[in-house]
Design a protein around this ligand. Sequence first.
Ligand code: MG
Length: 256
Amino acid sequence: MIEILTPAEVDRARESGALVADILQTMRSRATVGTNLLEINDWTREMIAEAGATSCYVDYEPSFGRGPFGHYICTAVNDAVLHGKPRDYALADGDLLTLDLAVSLRGIAADAAISFIVGESRPEESESMIEATERALAAGIEAARPGVRIGDLSHAIGSVLADAGYQVNTEFGGHGIGSTMHQDPHVPNVGRPGRGYVLRPGLLLALEPWVMADTDRLRMDADGWTLRSATGSRTAHSEHTIAITEDGAEILTLPR
Ligand code: MG
């Protein structure tokens, strides 16, 4: 089912999106050398509770994970890219950290992800990979407006990633969002223009380009959740939730 939100629901989505952005920026500022991933999980749990919101992750039990996730944020380090389950690990200088967070506030969910380098090191290849996912995300958002199709967004995202030299995995991509975190339509990170569902005002989409440096293949950790690059190469992921408006798209998960 594809959900079209009322203007009042989109207003609530703005609040959910602002909370997701606020938590992610707070965690980014606290994710320094020595910070443990389990601390990031605890701080996230506290901020969600303080806001009166609900975690979309803690009880999440999809077909692609083993049992309930049991945590409040995804923390993926270096070669880990998706569904990174927080573990007892202290961040080191130069680590590439991806944080992915979805919460529901007053019944509407928002979802966003950021990748960044921890500490003072600035590994050039990692920075350019992060920047490629950010540019792909911006291109997808730029393409989004009423009347265009999902394939137009997918094509815009995938073209940036391909031009930057990355192979694109098509197992996981963006998605509709609203009363639940993951819903139709699926938004692959590769696509053909003019194909797929036609966007309309009130549709919420989570767009999420992600790449691995030298492969499009994933492998899963023994935790049954964390997905890493098959080669051990570094990875990056950028995500925003957007609302389709009358004449374009509004990013709901920008920091205020
Ligand atoms: Mg998502």
